[in-house]
Design a protein around this ligand. Structure first.
Ligand SMILES: [Zn+2]
Length: 463
């Protein structure tokens, strides 16, 4: 060999979607060079004895709030939280100010965030104007994000001007997205239904405190049955259009959504995928009462979420990171209907996920599929990412399944300074977050520099 490897990960157990085996991994120039070993010549070694080596795990639902709302979060703080948690690749959402719905604003966002990212990232293009979708796709949008929703009181983040409630425009966005071969990722809703019933039974009766809000959520008023109704229309329009539809927020919706998606995928053969929001499965009543407005998660039926993994309805998993400042959300103790819906999840995602693995809810092979291979395939980045094989980016999440921890507000790197999961104990956490062969976080500490993370363009990007 003419030169030593840049990095060798040795003595660990590799977990892929289909198998687990002991092997060493050699990295050269940011790529996986060889698997097997032993590899004798290496500039740097990571001893993964007793540890699980996973393909770099994706966080597909980040709101890093840049530009426009950086007092809540920015790309540096958000991606730092993700890196420390064990995430190697983030996809960022579009409800910014200005929102990236035009080429000019998309390029501005790209330029702003580039010096700040700690991990690799992709950016959705904002779906609002069918005529701008082609330019966003060519500029590198990973997909087109569509807010088929509005907050019932028009409170951020579902800013009024970004909501697409006109199904004609929704359909034209699907056509334009289909023509570029991208995925249309949609937050579905029927906000007028939500609004009418929520006002009738809660707001007009003066029942607006945090517990009333969570009750309305569990009854399917706030972002509940209306989301399923929105999904029904969207699935049909997406099918006759032929666009690749990606359903956001499975697990937040009542399980009628699971049945519809399962039917579309397995009975109709529709090209539809969905991401399962784990937050509703991890949140419990005691935690919800403790953090109140610092979460929006409350499940109708947590078991339906686990079933969605077992029966193939869910393609990928995520723990939404939609942060807001304390000043934004804490008035929600009195009136949670009038503050933004927020939750933290970038830093807590992998520990909560590994805790679920330790509880026997899913296997590390499931995690490799649901949080790495599936998103990489769906967004067209496979096999460059999402897989441990020679030639792929050397992205790894190395995990100690016995490491215990408790989420503390003071340990959170998010600008919020709090965690929706404050006080919860977990078992299983990342020891190393490795992006293209470089360790960006280790043992809960950030070791990389902002700007190391690279923009990963979507499949329609101009060369
Ligand atoms: Zn979101």
């Amino acid at each position: 060999m003419s030169r030593p490897y840049d990095l060798v990960i040795e003595n660990g157990t590799i977990h892929t979607p289909s198998s687990s085996f002991k092997a060493d991994i050699a990295v050269l120039d940011g790529k996986i060079s060889a698997i097997g070993g032993p590899f004798t010549e290496a500039a740097k070694r990571v001893d993964a004895k007793g540890l699980a080596v996973l393909p770099g795990l994706w966080h597909v639902h980040c709101h890093f709030r840049e530009p426009g709302h950086t007092y809540k979060e920015d790309f540096q703080t958000g991606s730092a939280a993700a890196a420390v948690g064990g995430v190697t690749m983030c996809i960022d959402m579009t409800n910014n100010t200005p929102h990236p719905t035009t080429l000019e604003d998309y390029e501005m966002k790209k330029a702003l965030v580039a010096p700040k990212a700690h991990v690799d990232y992709a950016l959705y293009g904002g779906g609002l104007y069918p005529r701008t979708v082609e330019a966003l796709a060519k500029a590198g949008a990973i997909g087109i994000k569509i807010f088929n929703t509005r907050h019932i009181k028009e409170v951020y983040p579902y800013i009024s001007e970004l909501g697409v409630l006109d199904h004609g425009i929704l359909f034209e966005l699907y056509e334009a997205t289909r023509d570029m071969g991208l995925v249309a990722s949609v937050h579905h809703d029927d906000p007028e239904w939500c609004k009418r019933l929520t006002f009738r039974d809660y707001i007009d009766k003066g029942r607006t405190d945090a517990m009333a809000y969570h009750e309305s959520f569990s009854k399917g008023y706030m972002y509940g049955h209306g989301m399923v109704a929105g999904l029904a229309a969207s699935l049909y329009y997406a099918r006759i259009c032929g666009v690749k539809l990606h359903v956001l927020h499975l697990g937040v919706m009542p399980k009628g959504a699971n049945e519809m998606v399962h039917h579309a995928k397995y009975d109709l053969g529709q090209d539809v995928s969905c991401e399962l929001e784990l937050g509703t499965m991890f949140m419990n009543r005691a935690q919800m009462e403790k953090v109140g407005p610092r979460t929006y998660n409350w499940a109708y039926d947590p078991e339906a979420g686990w079933d969605a993994i077992k029966d193939g309805t869910a393609d990928m998993i995520v723990l939404e990171h939609a942060p807001h400042s304390k000043e934004d959300v804490d008035p929600g103790w009195k009136d949670l209907f009038s503050v933004p819906l927020g939750v933290t999840g970038a830093q807590e995602y992998i520990p909560l996920l590994m805790n679920a693995v330790n509880e026997g809810r899913l296997s590390l092979n499931d995690v490799a599929r649901l949080a790495a291979e599936a998103p990489a395939r769906r967004f067209g980045i496979f096999p460059r990412k999402g897989v441990i094989q020679p030639g792929a980016d050397a992205d790894f999440t190395i995990v100690d399944m016995s490491r215990e921890g408790v989420f503390r507000n003071e340990d959170m790197l998010s600008r919020t300074g709090f965690s929706s999961w404050e006080g919860m104990a977990t078992k299983g956490a990342a020891t190393h977050t490795i992006v293209r062969g470089t360790i960006v976080a280790q043992d809960g500490k950030l070791v990389g520099a902002p700007g190391f993370g690279r923009f990963v363009p979507g499949t329609a990007a101009s060369a």
